[in-house]
Design a protein around this ligand. Structure first.
Ligand SMILES: [Zn+2]
Length: 249
């Protein structure tokens, strides 16, 4: 069994064949942790995890959402669905799209609110960071929280720091072509890794839609890089994800 710790199957890119995509994953014994973003994404994600027993939910919000009403509503819904979800996320910082200091300050404030909520509700965090790894790591190292850094794009040194205070690093399928990610995997122990697709994004074939079955390619690429059996990669990364999300399977 494999666990795709981060996907967005609620998005419109899957409207025409969502059921088939999830069935394909099930046939390959793949569990999907779907990340619902904002009030609308949250409701869609919750109904997916109710309908399919191989889909679980984490709930979060885009770091670039600054409207107070939407932030408050999102937090309220996370509380409401507390017992139907396995984590909070994705939440985090995005400095690629937000360059001005006041916007970044606002992102940090929002991130703090979700860190607080994760503590309050006793749920692990799935964190997004884009061009913001330094600040994300600085912020999280003060906390004693279970964290997955999703689609991590920092340096091997930054990954090492994050792992030193207990973070798991999530490896996307773009590993098959990204030299930077291959270098990261080379330097990281299997005990600190989980696997993700971020479907429909980050496809192994650029400009095409990604889906959870592609997680097998990540497993195989890690096995190749580390020169070990893919069964070992599967076993350890699945165990990491199961423990992280406290999945009762
Ligand atoms: Zn995502």
């Amino acid at each position: 069994m494999l666990i795709d710790v981060h996907a967005h199957l609620d998005l419109p890119q899957f409207d025409s064949d969502r059921g088939e995509v999830i069935e394909r994953a099930r046939r390959e014994e793949i569990l999907v942790i779907n990340s619902g973003m904002g009030p609308e994404g949250i409701e869609k994600t919750i109904s997916l995890s109710k309908k399919y027993d191989n889909v679980f939910s984490t709930l979060g919000l885009s770091p670039r959402e600054f409207r107070k009403g939407v932030i408050d509503k999102t937090k309220e819904l996370i509380g409401k669905y507390r017992n139907e979800i396995v984590g909070i996320g994705e939440v985090g910082l995005d400095y690629y799209w937000v360059k001005d200091p006041s916007g970044r300050g606002k992102e940090l404030e929002n991130f703090d609110e979700f860190i607080e909520l994760s503590r309050e509700l006793n749920l692990p965090l799935v964190v997004h960071s884009r061009d913001a790894e330094g600040d994300v790591i600085d912020r999280l190292k003060k906390e004693d929280l279970p964290v997955i850094l999703h689609s991590f794009s920092g340096s091997p040194e930054q990954a090492e720091v994050a792992v030193s205070f207990g973070c798991l690093i999530s490896i996307p399928v773009s590993l098959v072509y990204s030299k930077r990610k291959q270098k990261l995997v080379e330097n990281l122990s299997l005990e600190s890794m989980v696997l993700e697709t971020d479907a429909p994004y980050l496809s192994p074939i650029p400009k095409t839609r990604n889906e959870p079955v592609n997680i097998k390619l990540t497993r195989d690429e890690i096995a190749k890089i580390k020169n070990i059996d893919r069964e070992i990669v599967e076993e350890i990364t699945t165990k990491n994800a199961k423990e992280f999300f406290d999945l009762k399977l």
